[in-house]
Design a protein around this ligand. Structure first.
Ligand SMILES: NC(=O)c1ccc[n+]([C@@H]2O[C@H](COP(=O)([O-])OP(=O)(O)OC[C@H]3O[C@@H](n4cnc5c(N)ncnc54)[C@H](O)[C@@H]3O)[C@@H](O)[C@H]2O)c1
Length: 463
C-alpha cells in the first residue's frame, strides 16, 4: 500500500520507518528542508535507538523515501498520516493545532481520489471533526475518511513500542477506513496486538486520558517520596509494595524530579483546557500540573541543603539533561528549571549528557558543556544525577570522589544505594530515601556555633 507520513519528527519518522518495514511503500514529508536533506543524505536528525538501521534498510529496499513535496507524496497514496507537532499554545495551554490545520488544507488541495486521512498527532477531542470540515469545505468533490489513530510510543523505546504496541486505537465509523488501517497494521495484528475500534472523539480522548493517568501516577509517587523522607520510610520499597498489586501495577512508580518531555506536560495542560471549555472540572489534573511544576525547581533545594542552604559560589555538576535516557529530546526536561534554580541560588553549573547536548545548547546558556561525566564532576562541590543514562549507573566512584572538590552526590533518579554511597565516602541525597548526611532544610537548624560541616567543609555524616 502507498502511504504518506506528514511530519518527520519523533513520531512521524519512527512510524514511517516502521510502516515501511511492514512492507508498505512510505513517503515521509516534512516542511523542514534541512531535515529532509539530512535524511536524503543518510543522516538521521534525531537520536532514537535502532532508528538509523531501519531507515537505512528500508531506503535501500526502495520502500522509504523523503521529500518536502506533499503533492508528490500523496500521489496514489491510500492513507495519509498527519504526525506534525501539537505543542502548547502560548498563554492558555490549549494544544496549538495550527500545524494540523495547515497540513489539512495542504492535503485537501493535493488529494485526487478516495483517501483515508489519519491523525496520529495528539489532538483534543473534536479536532478530527474540524480536519474533516476543512477538507470537505475546500474540496466538495472529494471522498475522504478522517480517522483518529493516536500514537502511544515512548521516546527511547519507540521502535519496540511501535512494533509491539499494547493496543492500536482506531477511531472511525467508516468501514472502508477500517479496512485500510487493518491492512496498514496487518503485521501487528498477526502478532496479536489488539486493535480497538472506537468513535473518533473517543479515540482522541483515549490518548489524553492515558497520558494524564500516567502523569498522575508519577506525581502520586513523587508526593509519597516526599512523605517517605519526612517519616523515614523508603519509597523504593513502598513503590514495590504497591506495584506488586496487579490493580496498581509497577510501571510509572519511579520517583524523581518531576515529569517532563514533549508529551506529558503539554497533554495534561491541554486536557485541563478542554475540560474547562466544556465546564468540567479536572481538579486532580490541575493539582498534578501544579505539584509537578513546583517540584522541578524544588529539586535545587536538595542540592543546597548539603551546603546549609547556601549555593552561592559553589560549582554544581549536572549529569544528564534530556527528560529521559536514550533520547536527545530536551523539550520540557526537568533539568532546565533545575539548572535555572541553581543559577538563581548563585551556583555555577557544568553539564554533561551523552546525547542531548546539541539540543540543550538551544535552551541552556551560562553552563559549561563537558566532554564526559568525569570531566563534568572535576572540581565540583556537588554532582546531581538528573537523567538515568546507563553510563551513570556504573561510575567509577573512587575516581569521581578524587576529582570532586566536595564529595556530594544528589541522585534524583535513585540509581545508587545510599549504603553503598556512604561506604564510598559520599554525602548522598536521593528521592524518598534517607540521605547519608543531615540535610539542613529537612532537620532542625544547627545549635548556635555548631557546624553541620566537617573541618574539611563536607556535610557532616548522620552516624
Ligand atoms: N514524541 C513523542 O514521544 C510522542 C508520542 C506520542 C504522540 N506524540 C504526538 O505526536 C505529534 C508529533 O510529535 P513529535 O514529537 O514527533 O513532534 P516533532 O516536533 O518532533 O515533529 C513534528 C514535525 O512536523 C513537521 N511539520 C510541521 N508542520 C508541517 C507541515 N505543514 N508539513 C510538513 N511537516 C510539518 C515539523 O517540521 C517537524 O519535523 C504530537 O502531536 C505529539 O503530541 C508524540
Amino acid at each position: 500500500m502507498r502511504i504518506a507520513m506528514i511530519g518527520t519528527g519523533y513520531v512521524g519518522l519512527v512510524s514511517g520507518a516502521c510502516i515501511a518495514d511492514f512492507g508498505h511503500q512510505v513517503t515521509c514529508v516534512d516542511k523542514d528542508s534541512d531535515k529532509i536533506s539530512a535524511l536524503n543524505a543518510g543522516k538521521v536528525p534525531i537520536y532514537e535507538p535502532g532508528l538509523a538501521d531501519i531507515i537505512r534498510s528500508n531506503v535501500r529496499q526502495g520502500r522509504l523515501s523523503f521529500t518536502t513535496a506533499l503533492r508528490e507524496a500523496l500521489d496514489g497514496a491510500q492513507a495519509v498520516f498527519i504526525a506534525v507537532g501539537t505543542p502548547s499554545r502560548r498563554g492558555d495551554g490549549h494544544a496549538d493545532l495550527s500545524y494540523v490545520y495547515e497540513v489539512s488544507r495542504e492535503i485537501a488541495a493535493a488529494l485526487t481520489g478516495f483517501t483515508v486521512v489519519i491523525t496520529k498527532s495528539t489532538v483534543p477531542v473534536g479536532t478530527g471533526d474540524e480536519v474533516e470540515r476543512i477538507i470537505r469545505e475546500l474540496r466538495r468533490d472529494l471522498d475522504v475518511a478522517v480517522v483518529s489513530n493516536p500514537e502511544f510510543l515512548r521516546e527511547g523505546a519507540a521502535i519496540h513500542d511501535f512494533k509491539h504496541p499494547d493496543r492500536i486505537v482506531i477511531g472511525t465509523d467508516d468501514e472502508r477506513a477500517k479496512k485500510v488501517l487493518a491492512e496498514v497494521y496487518r503485521p501487528l495484528h498477526l502478532n496479536q496486538a489488539p486493535i480497538l475500534y472506537t468513535g473518533r472523539r473517543t479515540a482522541e480522548l483515549i490518548k489524553y486520558a492515558a497520558n494524564a493517568f500516567l502523569a498522575t501516577k508519577i506525581t502520586f509517587i513523587n508526593e509519597i517520596a516526599d512523605l517517605c523522607e519526612r517519616v523515614g520510610a523508603d519509597v523504593q520499597e513502598v513503590a514495590r509494595g504497591i506495584g506488586l498489586d496487579n490493580r496498581i501495577g509497577s510501571k510509572f512508580l519511579h520517583p524523581g524530579p518531576g515529569f517532563g518531555g514533549s508529551c506529558f506536560p503539554k497533554d495534561v495542560r491541554a486536557l485541563i483546557k478542554t475540560a474547562r471549555d466544556c465546564d468540567v472540572s479536572m481538579r486532580i489534573l490541575e493539582a498534578v500540573e501544579t505539584v509537578n511544576d513546583t517540584r522541578k525547581r524544588a529539586m535545587a533545594r536538595k542540592v543546597s541543603s548539603a551546603f546549609a542552604g547556601v549555593l552561592r559560589g559553589k560549582q554544581v555538576a549536572v549529569l544528564g539533561l534530556t527528560f529521559k535516557p536514550n533520547t536527545d529530546d530536551m523539550r520540557e526536561a526537568p533539568s532546565i528549571p533545575l539548572i535555572t534554580a541553581l543559577h538563581d541560588m548563585g551556583a555555577t553549573v557544568r553539564v554533561y549528557d551523552p546525547m542531548g547536548m546539541e539540543q540543550a545548547k538551544h535552551v541552556l546558556a551560562q553552563v559549561t558543556y563537558c566532554e564526559g561525566p568525569y570531566d563534568c564532576v572535576e572540581d565540583a562541590d556537588a554532582a546531581v544525577i538528573v537523567t538515568e543514562w546507563e553510563q551513570f549507573r556504573a561510575l567509577d566512584l573512587e575516581r569521581v570522589k578524587a576529582l570532586m572538590a566536595c564529595p556530594v552526590i544528589v541522585d534524583l533518579r535513585n540509581i545508587y544505594r545510599p549504603e553503598d554511597m556512604k561506604k564510598a565516602g559520599f554525602a548522598y541525597a536521593c528521592v524518598g530515601r534517607a540521605p547519608t548526611f543531615q540535610p539542613v532544610d529537612l532537620y532542625v537548624p544547627p545549635a548556635r556555633g555548631q557546624s553541620l560541616f566537617t573541618a574539611a567543609g563536607h556535610p557532616r555524616p548522620i552516624a
